[in-house]
Ligand binder design. Structure first.
Ligand SMILES: Cc1ncc(COP(=O)(O)O)c(C=O)c1O
Length: 374
């Protein structure tokens, strides 16, 4: 493909920082580069504590442990999301309860959450699709009133804001991804943002195989021992060194992505007016990070035709999640609460367009021409 869907962007400083980690003989987790990345994340997001993990999946696994999910506990979430959102809770014996999305932002419909709450509901997961924030005011107020934990799946949300506050730093816990497909990358990587300070001590223990090793390294205990359940969730310094090169440029990366995103948005505006497609909607409460640009076609058939036309012109456009509520594991481990009409319909109509730094901005014009000719 001449225009791949994604091409990871490198700042040019990754190898220099990796060489520094190599020369310093500090390769395990929680060394100097991890500390730099964590302080940066705390400063940028306002989280009380940022803990680097292997992936957003690992951060979600930690969140499920910290939420105290026990067999039979229910966790409300959208069905239009990545499998890890649900898997993390199923691994603890939890039951995902899927709620339909809003047709405008494709985020969980906050007006449908309350009807899905039962005496077994323990938490709800707000997934910020495409780095565009959920209706967090309503979600946080509902959770407070019903005594539920809020976990943000902000896998795609670094550098996005809801009313001036960072996505991932609004709920009790937030999970971020640095996977190669994200805006700021480490190959595989992630972070858990601990926003409710009550969870900090246990989060450090869970991340360090259930031991109090972090306290030992800080000199707070004279030996470390097994104190809780946990696993190895922390990345080594090579990954953190790579990530540091990216975080240093996070502002510039976002600004350049916004330019490409805006180009699509402007070029496709007449097609939306003509009723040929729908463009992403960004609520006034949200400052987004241009994580992805998608269009909603009127039908699955038109989407398939467009994918084919673009492929013939060497442009790779891809659809996204297959809804979890109708997947084999989703049916086995979870259940849908109410109608899933928007999820079912929109999942079939959504097409993600190429967006990566270094891409020719004219791709927006070429895509628009193919849609016009459909
Ligand atoms: C909404 C959502 N949650 C979680 C993940 C998992 O992230 P990771 O690959 O870092 O584990 C993804 C990955 O794309 C995602 O889109």
């Amino acid at each position: 493909m001449k225009v791949p869907f994604n091409r990871p962007y490198m700042t040019g400083r990754e190898l220099g920082y990796i060489a520094q980690a190599h020369q310093s003989h500090r390769l395990a987790g929680d060394g100097p580069f991890t500390a730099r990345c964590s302080r940066w994340l705390e400063g940028r997001t306002g989280a009380a504590k940022a803990l680097l993990t292997h992936s957003c999946t690992a951060a979600l696994d930690m969140a499920a442990i910290l939420a105290g999910i026990e067999p039979g506990d229910e966790v409300i979430m959208p069905s239009y999301t990545f499998v890890s959102t649900a898997n993390a809770f199923v691994l603890r014996g939890g039951v995902p309860v899927f709620v339909d999305i809003r047709p405008d932002t494709l985020n969980i419909d906050e007006r449908r959450i309350e009807a899905a709450i039962t005496p077994r509901t323990k938490a709800l997961v707000a997934v910020h699709y495409a780095g565009v924030g959920c209706e967090m005011d309503a979600i946080l107020e509902l959770a407070r009133r019903r005594g539920l934990l809020v976990i943000e799946d902000a896998a795609q949300g670094l550098m996005s804001e809801h009313r001036g506050r960072s996505l991932g730093a609004l709920g009790h816990l937030g999970c971020i991804s640095f996977h190669e497909t994200k805006n700021v990358i480490a190959g595989e990587g992630g972070a858990l943002l601990v926003n409710d300070a009550r969870f900090i001590e246990r989060a450090e223990i869970v991340r360090e195989k259930g031991t109090d090793r972090t306290r030992f390294f800080r000199g707070e205990v004279d030996k470390y021992t097994w104190v809780d359940i946990g696993s190895s969730f922390l990345p080594g310094e090579i990954v953190a060194a790579f990530l540091w090169a990216q975080l240093e440029e996070a502002e510039a990366i976002t600004a350049r992505r916004i330019e490409l995103w805006n180009r699509y948005h402007e070029r496709l505006e007449p097609l939306e007016r003509a009723g040929r497609l729908r463009r992403p909607l960004i609520p006034a409460s949200c400052r987004h990070n241009a994580h992805l640009y998608y269009v909603l076609l009127p039908s699955v058939e038109l989407r398939s035709r467009l994918i084919e036309r673009l492929r013939e012109r060497q442009i790779n456009a891809v659809f996204h999640y297959v809804p979890l509520h109708s997947s084999p594991a989703g049916r086995r481990f979870g259940r849908a609460a109410g109608s899933m009409e928007h999820t079912d319909h929109l999942a079939g109509c959504l097409l993600r367009l190429p967006l990566w730094l270094g891409m020719d901005p004219d791709v927006a014009d070429r895509v628009a021409r193919e849609i016009e000719a459909l």
